[in-house]
Design a protein around this ligand. Structure first.
Ligand code: GUN
Ligand code: FE
Length: 473
């Protein structure tokens, strides 16, 4: 073994930047003393080339894959994850989203005004995401500059965080302090640079003058933006028919006010019309696709093939607290289920790309994270994979990472049974319904419980960062 090299050997998944996933049933990932990747590939080939000694190279604790990234998640909702829509009726006026925000979400966000509570919430968020193999992403904090600063200070630099803008249809205790906004953003941008994301919560809660001020500040400081778009039918109708009838569409509001020029991450994009897809594709936007949230809130199913053929970058994201878990494996499983019947591009390999290499590129860290290549960070996760070593990438992802079988996928594809029928109605009608929602809700929660806790170790640039206190790989 050459001095200064470190290696780990085991079944290894390497998502490709272009398409597909390379898989080595007996693979190895070699790093140097500076925490950079030196080589990746099949053990026989790499070991011979680098003169590796089999006795000196440790075996992995399961499947080796790049660490995961979540480009849309709400930190202050972490304590209420999975309870976002608790005690919300089947069909409240304005839809489940707006009713849930008011009843469950805004009070949880308001509590982060207190710095001790904010610190506690951010610390739990940091531990729980890492335990699920998620090392960074783009998060929303709250309207409070102090809480936003706490999140940016406490989280690793691979997390970007947004100070949320909001000045309407929200409680008085949760409004942006507009007179001090320019100073607040300037101070945070000075200290954290592009890790600060200017965050227009959504057009329901932000009026045009505040949005335009956010856009101007983003431009002034070279920051990007994030927001929600076209999540629920009732929300879209409120925007297009009541609040902004002159803007042409929901997306038209963000185009007109300049938000689409600020490299935004747009969450959901379910009910987009063709002219909205054109506006998004014509800008430097990317889409946060949240299948668990879109299922549990009864929002609908994002038109995956339309977004793909328009060439719009997209990634799978949890949208916690709408999801009960920060596990992106749960999100991958739900991606396969919601698109099984209508899209041939929703493969297990693509699901893995959408939680690794795709978000890395969206987040501007694709040169060091998301895939394994020489010169990138020697960062990886090891995921429990019991039983025989899988033979193919598809088997390793579907069976190994997600604990699903081809027969499971077929049952969602064929449309038999109550769950598949409920999913079809979610896709075709996007309704807020009672019994169907209960069927899908129970399935998602069982999957979340099954897929949490499967990450055995997280290594970041050569250092084991989870579980705490474990020896170096
Ligand atoms: N739209 C505006 N705010 C939110 C939020 O916190 N969660 C979700 N899912 N949608 C939103
Ligand atoms: Fe969200």
């Amino acid at each position: 073994m050459i001095a200064g090299l470190h290696a780990i050997r085991g079944p290894l998944l390497n998502p490709s930047p272009t398409a597909g996933v390379d898989y080595f049933p007996d693979g190895v990932l070699v790093g140097d003393d500076r925490g950079r990747i030196v080589a990746v590939g099949a053990w026989d080939e790499v070991a011979a080339r680098l003169n590796l000694d089999a006795a000196a190279v440790p075996r992995s604790r399961g499947l080796i894959l790049p660490p995961l990234l979540d480009a849309h998640i709400h930190i202050p909702q972490h304590p209420i994850r999975g309870r976002f829509a608790e005690n919300i009726g089947a069909d409240p006026p304005g839809g489940r989203l707006l009713a849930s925000l008011e009843q469950n979400v805004f009070p949880a966000e308001g509590r982060c005004e207190g710095p001790a509570h904010a610190r506690h919430v951010v610390a739990d968020f940091a531990t729980d995401t890492l335990a699920n193999g998620v090392i960074g992403g783009a998060a929303y904090m709250t309207v409070h500059p102090r809480a936003t600063r706490i999140a940016l200070e406490q989280l690793p630099e691979s997390w970007s965080v947004g100070l949320v803008l909001m000045n309407g249809r929200c409680p008085a205790y949760l409004r942006t302090n507009e007179p001090s906004l320019a100073d607040d953003i300037t101070a945070l941008a000075h200290d954290f640079g592009r890790r600060l994301i200017v965050t227009d919560r959504f057009a329901v809660s932000v009026d045009a003058p505040l949005r335009k001020q956010g856009v101007a500040l983003a431009r002034q400081h070279g920051l990007r933006m994030q927001t929600h778009l076209d999540e629920q039918r009732a929300e879209k109708a409120l925007i297009e028919e009541v609040l902004y009838p002159e803007a042409g569409s929901y997306t038209g509001v963000y185009a007109r006010d300049g938000l689409l020029d600020c490299e935004p991450i747009l969450a959901h994009c379910i009910h987009v019309r063709p002219e909205e897809v054109d506006l998004i594709a014509g800008s430097a936007s990317s889409i946060a696709h949240c299948p668990v949230s879109n299922t549990l809130l009864g929002s609908g199913v994002m038109p995956l093939d339309t977004i793909r053929s328009a060439g719009i970058p997209h990634a799978l994201c949890t949208d916690v607290g709408a999801s009960p878990t920060t596990s992106l494996f749960c999100e991958m499983a739900q991606f396969l289920k919601v698109h099984a019947a209508a899209s041939s591009s929703a493969t297990p390999e693509e699901a893995l790309r959408l939680v690794t290499v795709a978000p890395a590129r969206m987040l501007g860290v694709g040169d060091r994270l998301g895939t394994f290549a020489a010169g990138m960070e020697w960062s990886f996760i090891e995921v429990a994979c019991d039983g025989p070593v899988p033979a193919t990438a598809r088997e390793a992802i579907l069976g190994g990472l997600l604990g699903m079988s081809e027969a499971d996928l077929d049952s969602w594809r064929s449309g038999d049974g109550p769950a598949a029928a409920a999913m079809r109605r979610l896709r075709d009608e996007g309704l807020d319904w009672g019994h169907d929602l209960a069927v899908l809700d129970a399935d998602v929660r069982a999957t979340a419980a099954r897929l949490e806790g499967r990450v055995r170790r997280v290594t970041r640039a050569g250092k084991v960062v989870w579980p705490p206190g474990s020896p170096v790989a």
